[in-house]
Design a protein around this ligand. Structure first.
Ligand SMILES: Cc1cc2nc3c(=O)[nH]c(=O)nc-3n(C[C@H](O)[C@H](O)[C@H](O)COP(=O)(O)OP(=O)(O)OC[C@H]3O[C@@H](n4cnc5c(N)ncnc54)[C@H](O)[C@@H]3O)c2cc1C
Length: 433
């Protein structure tokens, strides 16, 4: 039996190589260079579209831990990255040309059939769709036909997420508007604090939009800096409106409020409600740390607004990356709602291994949620009315009985993750399927 994979990007190539290493025939379709995306520059497989860094290698860094896990699970793309490595301090930085060449060589050596063609209809049989954030229009239409247009999104308008244990709870109060529950954390601002914040926000440096990302913003979804530039009170009447909120310490409604909504059930991550932004990352740290209670906030995910095609995975996918409606159809990469190179490689690895298991009539595997990869897969497949794509971060991992503070906690979580992975390593090993 043949596994069909659409998209020879990071996820698609990793998936193809996992299948091929296990002796399963693969037909891998890539539309470039016949049809280019607005961001890719070449016809190379596994092209890194922007930075040539696969980020930190320290296991106490979320990306470092994810890479350590993927190495244990036998990621072929990380082996290629090692061979393409250039000096980069504590990060895995690669020569992008050599990296693509190494991936192409692996595909060829393992007999993967690479076909340069745009696929616009989802094929029958075991299939992995990994067409990425810039999925072609034809495939987008096919995805809409099968999942419906309310389950496919075209750009991220993402607000930052901060770590719960980095918040100053002396300054923050818990309440929902008009006393309807206590789900939200509220950072109250006086008029003076508000004015200073708005001034800095309006003047802060933003990332320039790529030409293909000239997004017509909906009025209800404007970047916060755009609101700050429009009018002094635009934020106070918008995402920072205080109505229905009383600060128990003063007994009064604050002048303005930044609301933080829990991002996961464990309450380890909080989202700054309505704070989608194009601010540069250092500017997000500088300006958002002016908000009372966020002075020492640790940013687990930065805000951003960019073109990104992704599915509403909590409604569509299982943690095995199979779709709920068709168990022989898998989604991998950024289309599945993860963000980033290594995250995409990780989902490709899982989809590839599970596609092989399906072909060999074995039950698909799930990755333990104690690991960074398992936690990420759990996040993107758990019901969430505010679902937005997610990158690897320590806020995703269950705290369990780890009571240590930040740096030590990360170390313990990393040790626990790698131990959990050792337990399932044999199941994932290529000769065991
Ligand atoms: C402009 C830009 C900059 C980015 N910068 C970074 C960064 O610096 N760091 C980072 O970690 N992440 C970055 N990302 C996110 C990055 O794209 C992803 O992390 C990663 O490349 C996603 O892997 P993927 O396999 O899902 O998609 P891709 O690597 O994009 O692969 C998808 C492939 O599918 C092909 N394809 C699309 N439609 C079809 C079709 N219908 N038929 C056949 N082939 C098709 C595409 O040509 C492409 O080769 C950036 C994204 C963009 C758009």
């Amino acid at each position: 039996m043949v596994v069909t994979i659409i998209g020879a990007g990071l996820a698609g190539c990793e998936a193809a190589l996992q299948c091929a290493r296990r002796g399963v025939r693969v037909r891998l379709y890539e539309m470039r260079p016949v049809k280019m995306t607005p961001a890719h520059q070449t016809g190379d497989v596994a092209e890194l579209v922007c930075s040539n860094s696969l980020k930190s290698e320290e296991p106490t860094n979320a990306h470092g831990l994810l890479k350590a896990e993927l190495k244990i699970l036998g990621s072929v793309l990380l082996e290629c990255a090692e061979r393409a490595r250039v000096p980069g301090g504590k990060a895995l930085v690669v020569d992008r040309k050599i990296f693509s060449r190494e991936v192409a060589r692996e595909l060829q050596n393992l007999g993967v059939e690479l076909i340069r063609e745009e696929i616009t209809r989802i094929p029958e049989g075991v299939t992995i769709i990994a067409t990425g954030p810039l999925t072609s229009e034809g495939m987008t239409q096919s995805l809409i036909n099968i999942f419906g247009d309310r389950r496919l999104y075209f750009y991220d308008a993402i607000a930052p997420i901060v770590a719960a244990d980095s918040l100053d709870m002396q300054k923050i109060f818990t309440a929902s508007r008009y006393g309807k529950g206590d789900d939200y954390l509220n950072c109250p601002l006086s008029e003076e604090e508000y004015d200073r914040f708005v001034q800095e926000l309006a003047a802060a440096e933003v990332y320039p939009a790529h030409e293909f990302e000239q997004i017509q913003f909906f009025e209800g979804c404007l970047p916060v800096e755009e609101l700050a530039r429009r009018d002094r009170l635009a934020l106070a009447f918008g995402p920072m409106k205080p109505v229905g909120l009383v600060d128990p310490r003063t007994g009064r409604m604050p002048f303005a409020v930044v609301q933080l909504r829990p991002e996961n059930r464990a309450g380890t991550m909080y989202n700054l409600v309505g704070f989608q932004t194009r601010l540069r990352r250092p500017e997000q740290e500088r300006v958002f740390r002016m908000i009372p209670g966020l002075e020492r906030a640790e940013f687990l995910r930065y805000g951003s607004i960019h073109r990104n095609t992704f599915l509403n995975s909590p409604e569509i996918l299982l943690p095995t990356l199979q779709t709920r409606i068709r168990r022989d159809l898998f989604i991998a990469g950024q289309l599945a709602g993860v963000e980033g190179y290594v995250e995409s490689i990780g989902t490709g690895l899982v989809a590839g291994i599970n596609a092989v298991r399906l072909v060999k009539e074995k039950a698909p595997l799930t990755v333990p949620e104690m690991t960074m990869l398992g936690a990420l897969l759990k996040y993107i497949t758990t019901p969430n009315p505010h679902f937005q794509p997610m990158n690897a971060n320590f806020g995703l991992l269950p705290v369990g009985n780890i009571r240590a503070v930040t740096a030590r906690r990360r170390h313990l979580m990393a040790v626990r993750a790698l131990e959990a992975l050792e337990g399932i390593r044999a199941e994932f090993a290529q000769d065991k399927i």
